[in-house]
Design a protein around this ligand. Structure first.
Ligand SMILES: Nc1ncnc2c1ncn2[C@@H]1O[C@H](COP(=O)(O)OP(=O)(O)OP(=O)(O)O)[C@@H](O)[C@H]1O
Ligand SMILES: [Mg+2]
Length: 237
């Protein structure tokens, strides 16, 4: 278990935010979601984010993952300050250090499972014949060794989600961000996919930050934080 009481220096955290704030502004409509969120995720640590619908969990995850820009505060990925980087460098760092699993798989429909899982490596500049090796290995590990050539439309919901997990982990990211990654699966498949993420967390020491509505899943992670009223509060284990 990681000591989560001591504050981490930015260089010791795989992912950190300091004074993070977000206000959505669309024309005259101003929607403050939170301000002043602090979070540091240690290498190998697993964190559950819970909170009511609309509390800002997805917003927070998007900011942490560099998919959206904060209106206040800073995000550090692998010790690097995101706002200081060029768009290209930010994209590279995101591709290298982070993996994403969404509630809906977001696999590319016209590509096979194998091609989908290879994609982050190809984007990172790895040649196909090299990328195919870890992609195949991870798909085998998630039980899809016999489905490499299937397109997302030819996979079951659980299989798609497992392929999405393989895709998120193929770059061996320091941290995986998941927005209800098992939210739309039946209980049994959800448990299986969740176990797989924990197993890969142990095997690769990948940190996990998972938004979940399921308190049983949350309890399996190192710590749980509740996003409520614009604040992140630790929940007792
Ligand atoms: N692009 C946007 N423009 C304006 N307001 C937005 C935008 N995106 C989200 N919001 C608002 O910000 C708040 C937080 O949204 P967010 O999606 O982060 O909630 P959430 O905690 O993920 O909820 P859920 O559990 O339902 O997924 C909501 O009140 C939402 O209406
Ligand atoms: Mg959400």
């Amino acid at each position: 278990m990681t000591d989560t009481t001591a504050p981490l220096a930015p260089e010791d955290a795989v992912l950190e935010c300091v004074g993070l704030g977000k206000v959505y502004q669309e024309g005259k409509l101003r929607t403050p979601v939170f301000d002043q969120l602090d979070l540091a995720v240690a290498p190998g640590e697993t964190v559950a984010i819970v909170g009511a619908s609309g509390a800002g969990k997805s917003t927070m995850l998007h900011l942490l993952g560099g998919l959206d820009v904060p209106t206040a505060g800073e995000v550090y990925v692998a010790g690097q300050r995101m706002s200081k980087l060029s768009d290209a460098a930010r994209g590279d760092l995101r591709n290298q250090a982070l993996g994403f699993i969404y509630q809906f798989h977001h696999l590319l429909p016209e590509f096979t499972a194998l091609e989908n899982v290879m994609m982050p490596l190809l984007i990172g500049g790895m040649p196909v014949e090299q990328a195919v090796v870890p992609a195949r290995e991870l798909l085998e590990r998630v039980g899809l060794g016999a489905r490499l050539e299937h397109k997302p439309g030819e996979l079951s919901g659980g299989e798609r989600q497992r392929a999405a997990v393989a895709r998120a982990l193929v770059t061996r990211p320091a941290c995986v961000l998941g927005d209800e990654p098992t939210g739309n699966l039946d209980e049994k498949t959800a448990a299986k996919v969740f176990e797989m993420m924990l197993e890969l967390n142990r095997a690769q020491r990948t940190s996990l930050v998972l938004v979940t509505h399921d308190p049983r899943l949350a309890r399996r992670l190192d710590r749980t934080l509740e996003l409520t009223g614009g604040n992140l509060r630790p929940l007792p284990a």
